[in-house]
Design a protein around this ligand. Structure first.
Ligand code: HEM
Length: 137
């Protein structure tokens, strides 16, 4: 049974709580019986139901125990075809140790500093002019 080959289309048909397949590292798993037991909740599993969950699964940093459980859910392998969707990333709200924070702000921060500098320079010029005008008077 574990040698059965599924296309992505086959897997995509199993996307409900009562019939839940997912692909991790090109292996097809039937997570139907596991949904209620998943420590990470059923929602994240349903979200990747019938899809490639490799990235979502790996991003969480699942334990060896989780991988053993996974082994028991194996039903076959994925027969990749051109145009198949790519692995799906986890929900933005999911608890992931591999946090994606940091970076991002870089360009915005430079812009703020640059604009702040320009304003300060403008103010300086203005004050200089005022002083010069006062001195002239
Ligand atoms: C059938 C596939 C999966 C199995 C067998 C599985 C199994 C487990 C197990 C045993 C744990 C407990 C912690 C550990 O041992 O690592 C866990 C936690 C977790 N899983 Fe999964 N998992 C699966 C798929 C997924 C997917 C696709 C996601 C998507 C994001 C996910 C998200 C999580 C999260 C967020 C936790 C942490 C829960 C917490 O500590 O509060 N899991 N999973």
């Amino acid at each position: 049974m574990a040698d059965k080959e599924y296309t992505y289309q086959d897997v995509a048909e199993h996307n409900t709580k009562k019939n839940l397949f997912m692909v991790i590292h090109d292996v097809v798993y039937d997570a139907t019986k596991f949904v209620d037991e998943h420590p990470g909740g059923e929602e994240v599993l349903l979200d990747v139901g019938g899809q490639d969950a490799t990235e979502a699964f790996e991003d969480v940093g699942h334990s060896d125990e989780a991988r053993e459980t996974l082994e028991q859910l194996k039903v076959g392998t994925l027969k990749r075809q051109a145009g198949d969707p790519k692995p799906k990333a986890p929900l933005p709200g999911a608890v992931t140790p591999a946090s994606q924070s940091g970076g991002g702000m870089g360009v915005g921060l430079y812009a703020v500093v640059a604009i702040g500098g320009l304003i300060a320079y403008g103010a300086y010029q203005y004050l200089q002019q005022q002083q010069a005008a006062q001195n002239a008077a």
